[in-house]
Design a binder for this molecule. Structure first.
Ligand SMILES: C[S@@+](CC[C@H](N)C(=O)[O-])C[C@H]1O[C@@H](n2cnc3c(N)ncnc32)[C@H](O)[C@@H]1O
Length: 284
């Protein structure tokens, strides 16, 4: 995963490859892997937020990729989803995922920085894993807030470049990677360092406070910025992954508390950001 730039062709190739391998395309309720658990905790949080705070059920997901979040919201929450991405192969996956689940949805090729919708159209505007790819994180936030109804909910999940528990866990992944390559006598690969976010992966290192300020400047109130995900991805053998997933699952109540805590510890330790706010005025 090196050499990533936020360019359309790169994303087209990325989604073509996903379509071929089908890895990581499910809505994300699989409690037997780190990946599935991270998604299940995130989806639970987002659905609770949308159900409690949104004035209605129309949802826009920008930079939707395979539309994992929209698919979950349509299935479990009855949301009326519009999905936008500038990659056609991504949208094809979104279309086939919705068709598989027998769900209606609208799918549009478009740019998150210039949305093709009138002001005040949606009850929820969500994007995941997108804003951190822009040098100006404010532009996509402003645009998504523009298309929200007053009282509508904006939310974004972000994987920033920051120190976190994953930075420490990357040493374990490096050791496992090296060992594996030494055993295979693949010495060229054996001494490379595994980094979950390689130096040339073009994600922003903007701090959580920067995202929160951008939300407020865009006209959101009740803005919340959380640092989430206390468990790192580890390179364990299959049986180890199974026990690790069991441990994480048993610790879900503490995990939820960590995500919501807004403590100094969670800001240092956590791997991802969740930001959300309401387009004023607030519901009475
Ligand atoms: C890391 S993927 C996230 C996909 C999905 N939201 C998820 O969480 O699985 C980032 C997505 O943003 C899309 N994207 C990047 N820049 C965009 C832009 N300017 N307008 C629309 N989509 C964009 C890419 O095509 C890609 O599908």
């Amino acid at each position: 995963m090196t050499g990533i730039r936020n360019d359309q062709q790169w994303w087209n190739r990325f989604w073509d490859e996903k379509a071929r391998t089908r890895v990581g395309l499910e809505p994300g309720q699989d409690d037997s892997t780190w990946f599935g658990l991270v998604w299940s905790v995130a989806l639970e949080y987002l659905q609770d937020l949308f159900d409690r705070r949104a004035p209605g059920k129309s949802l826009l997901e920008s930079g939707c990729g395979s539309a994992r979040v929209s698919r979950h919201m349509a299935l479990s929450g009855g949301y009326d989803c519009t999905m936008l991405d500038y990659s056609r192969p991504a949208l094809q996956l979104a279309v086939s995922g919705f068709a598989e689940s027998g769900l209606p949805g609208r799918f549009l090729v478009g740019d998150i920085n210039h949305l093709c919708f009138e002001d005040g159209r949606f009850d929820v505007a969500y994007c995941g894993g997108v804003i951190e790819f822009f040098s100006d994180i404010r532009a996509p936030i402003r645009e998504m807030v523009r298309v929200l109804k007053p009282g509508g909910v904006f939310a974004a999940t972000i994987v920033p470049r920051k120190f976190s528990v994953q930075t420490i866990a990357d040493w374990e992944r490096t050791a496992a990677y090296s060992m594996n390559n030494i055993l295979k006598r693949n010495f060229r690969e054996a001494f490379k360092r595994a980094r979950s976010i390689p130096p040339d992966y073009a994600v922003s290192s903007a701090p959580l406070e920067g995202y929160v300020a951008a939300c407020r400047d865009a006209g959101l109130v009740d803005v919340v910025g959380l640092c989430a995900t206390p468990f790192p991805a580890l390179a364990l053998p299959r049986f180890g992954q199974k026990y690790y997933a069991r441990l994480m699952k048993a610790m879900k109540p503490a995990w939820r508390r960590f995500n919501r805590s807004q403590s100094r510890f969670s800001k240092r330790w956590g791997m991802s950001y969740v930001i959300h706010g309401i387009k004023g005025p607030l519901k009475p």
